[in-house]
Design a protein. Structure first.
Length: 409
């Protein structure tokens, strides 16, 4: 009876997540998208629903919600569905869609889609060979084989985006990095843009006038004699004028982009003076400190070959509550996933891709597991299998540091 109640709770939450994913796809991602591919919407919404359910199950593990056997069953179910979508459905549908747009292969598109999927599976399987991601006792058809390879791709993606976000975050949130822009600067640039546009119009009129004179020249024998003895003034400069027009058009494009950038900066300056702008400016300082700490700890982990087991947010909460004398285990708090906000911010642009979205959430579970106390990792470890979890954390630190340093340079 308890299993049915727990399953109904999970099913209800998945329906809500599916509906939210559907609305997010329709209203946010592709609100101006005219060609409706309902298969894409369904795959995206299902992936979003089961991905969010995995984070919900992490919270249930920490809070002890639902029966232990029910949580284990739904962990298994979620992982199987996610892997089915990531490894089988999405690659096959992409191959099928590509083949459908090639007329020569249209009659046998199903066959060629299968060939493309088998090619993907070959490279996907070979991806795991260079990495120590599995225990040797796992069979070739075990679920751990799929999770380990999806984890490598997802962790690499997370680390790349997180490294970029760690450097870009202060510039995005903090008003300190905004350059001072006045109305006089904008007016001066707009005046230059208008002058350039006037010059372009003037030279184009001149070019059209000269071409008209060339076309209206008399033809025949006397026209040839006249063309030898006289010449249309400036007709020989048409190519030179066209080069000047091309250069001015390129300059006008640059001036337009600079003008738009100045207007955007001016709007950000005005926004930073509002209450909401000051709030985000404060968040900018907080995330800047967090990102600098993350870069520093990634360097320490690589140099000393260690694996970080506590994120800065959790550690800060522990220090605060211990100082205040409060009996509280920060590592089992629902606030622990706050440390992954930076990752969520940088991955937003990749949500239209169901494959990247699913790999991101699976990899998040692999990394969040280390921040949880041992008693809350039991079911997650049983479901994920005997993976080399330390490898994923070290790999994340290496790619994160490379991405952050590349963004700085």
């Amino acid at each position: 009876m308890s299993f049915l109640i727990d399953s109904s709770i999970m099913f209800t939450s998945q329906v809500l997540f599916f509906g939210f994913g559907w609305l997010f796809f329709m209203r946010k991602l592709f609100k101006d998208y005219e060609v409706r591919q309902y298969v894409v919407q369904v795959i995206f919404s299902v992936t979003f629903a089961f991905s969010c359910t995995m984070f919900e199950l992490i919270i249930f593990e920490i809070l002890g919600v639902l029966n232990s056997s029910s949580r284990y069953f739904h962990w298994k179910l979620n992982l199987c569905v996610i892997l089915l979508i990531l490894v089988f459905m999405v690659p096959f549908y992409i191959g099928y869609f590509v083949v459908s747009n090639i007329r020569l292969l249209h009659r046998q598109k199903l066959l060629f889609a299968c060939v493309l999927w088998l090619t993907f599976m070959y490279f996907f399987w070979k991806l795991g060979d260079p990495f120590p991601i599995l225990s040797p006792k796992h069979g070739i058809l075990s679920i751990e084989q799929l999770i380990s390879r999806v984890g490598v791709i997802g962790v690499t993606l997370m680390a790349l985006l997180s490294g970029f976000g760690a450097v870009n975050c202060p510039y995005t949130y903090m008003s300190y990095f905004l350059r001072n822009v006045t109305d006089a600067d904008i007016l001066a640039l707009e005046r230059r843009l208008l002058q350039t546009m006037d010059m372009i119009v003037s030279k184009k009129k001149r070019t059209m006038f000269q071409r008209g004179e060339v076309q209206n020249k008399p033809t025949g024998f006397w026209g040839m004699i006249k063309s030898v003895t006289t010449s249309v003034p400036g007709s020989e400069n048409l190519s030179l004028i066209q080069q000047e027009v091309d250069a001015l058009e390129e300059l006008s494009r640059q001036l337009f982009l600079e003008t738009a950038d100045l207007h955007a900066t001016k709007e950000r300056i005005e926004y930073s003076k509002t209450f909401q702008g000051k709030y985000f400016n404060f968040l900018g300082y907080f995330f800047s400190i967090y990102c600098v700490w993350k870069i520093f700890m990634a360097t320490i982990n690589i140099v000393f070959d260690r694996v970080g087991k506590t994120d800065p947010v959790t550690r800060g909460i522990e220090i605060t509550v211990n100082y205040l004398g409060i009996q509280f285990d920060a590592s089992q708090s629902v606030l622990t996933p706050i440390s992954h906000i930076v990752y969520c911010e940088t991955i937003t642009a990749f949500f239209p891709s169901s494959a990247l979205q699913g790999m991101y959430f699976v990899s998040s579970v692999l990394l969040i597991r280390m921040s949880m106390p041992p008693e809350y990792r039991i079911i997650i470890t049983e479901v994920l299998g005997e993976l080399q979890f330390n490898f994923y954390h070290r790999w994340f630190d290496v790619i994160f540091l490379v991405s952050a340093l590349s963004s700085i340079l």
